[in-house]
Design a protein around this ligand. Sequence first.
Ligand code: ADP
Ligand code: MG
Length: 377
Amino acid sequence: MILPPATLGMLGGGQLGRFFVAAAHEMGFKVWVLDPDPHSPAGLIADHHLVAAFEDFAALDVLAEACSAVTTEFENVPAATLEYLSKFIPVHPSAQAVAVCQDRIREKSFLSDNGIPHGPFAVIRADEDVRGADETLFPAILKIARFGYDGKGQARVATREEALHAFHAFHREACVLEKMLPLDSEVSVVLARDEAGTVRCFPTAENRHRNGILDVTIAPARVDVALADEAQRIAATVAERLGYIGTLGVEFFVTDGRLVVNEMAPRPHNSGHHTIDACVTSQYDQQVRVLAGLPLDEPRQHSCAVMVNLLGDLWYEGDRHREPDWTVLHREQGLRLHLYGKHHARRGRKMGHFTVIGTDADDVFERAMRARAAIGI
Ligand code: ADP
Ligand code: MG
C-alpha cells in the first residue's frame, strides 16, 4: 500500500484530473500533474505541475522519480508513455488496456473477440472498405479511430457516397463505420477494479446527449432494474477481460430494449461526476484507492442525482463574453456547483457542471431542469 504523504502522479490536467487531485489531497497524498497546458485545471491545484509534452521522456523521468505510482485522466495519453513509466513505478491502468480504449478499431475488435454485445460496424482504412461495407450499415456514423471526443471526428452519413466524402474529409484516416442505431436511451457504468480483481460498480446512470456531447446524467438510471444490473455485469466483464486496474467508464446504447456497448473510457467518466455528491465514495476516491493499493470503498449511492454539464456557450451572450450569473444556481437547495477553473471559455468546451441531489428522483429531476433553465441552457 502507498500511504500519505506519498506523491501520486497524474497524466493529464483536465477536470477529471482536477477531481482526482482534490480526492487525493483529502486523503493526504500529494499529486504531481503532467500536462503541456500551463493553465490546466488539475495543474493549477496540484502540488507540482510539470508543464511538458506526454512524450517528453526527460519530464517522465522526473515524474517517475517524484511519484510512487501514476495514473491517467486522458485516454489519448500515448501508450508508449505509460509503458515507459511502468519500468520505474506502478502505472494503472496499463498501457495495453489504454491502447485498446483509445483506438475505436481495437476497441470494437476487443468487444467482438470477447463476445461482448456491440453494434454492427465495419473497419474503414481505404475507399474499398467503404465500397464493400454492408448495405445494412446505412444510415451510419463514420468515426475516426483515434483522437475523437465529444462527437468530434464523427460524421453522420446516410449513404455510401456520403461515407466516402466524409472519409476523404477525414484525410482517409482509419475509421469505423457504425450503423446508426435507434436509441431507446443511453446508460453508463463507472466501476473500479483493483489488483486483486475486485470490482465495485456505481449504480447504472442514464445519459442524455446534445450535439454528441453529454448534457445531463440521471442517476440511478430510470430503466428496468434487470437492464441496469445487466449493464453492470457487462461492464465488469469488460474490465476483467481487459485486465483493467483503475476506474473505468463503459458507455452503452439501449436499442430495441437491448444493451450494446458503445465505448469505454480508461479513466473516470463525465457520467460519474455525481458520485462526488451522491455516493458514499466518488469515482475519483476509488481511482486514488486503486492506485495506492488501498481497499476499494462502497460505491453505494445515498441520494438521487441529476448532473448537468456547463459548456463554454454559457459564457457568451451573442458574441459577447461574460461570466454567467451563478447566483441563480446557488439559490437552488441541494445543488452543488463545480467549476473547473478553465482559462478560456470556448463554445462546446466543458467548463463546469452542477449536481442536484435529493431523496425523490422526480423532484431532483424537476429541480435540475429548473436550475438549467434559470441559468439559460
Ligand atoms: P465520443 O467519444 O465523442 O463520446 P461516441 O461514440 O460516444 O463518441 O458518440 C457520441 C454520441 O453520439 C453517443 O453518446 C450517441 O448519443 C451518439 N452516437 C454515437 N454513435 C452512435 C450510433 N452508432 N448510433 C446512434 N447514436 C450514436
Ligand atoms: Mg462517448
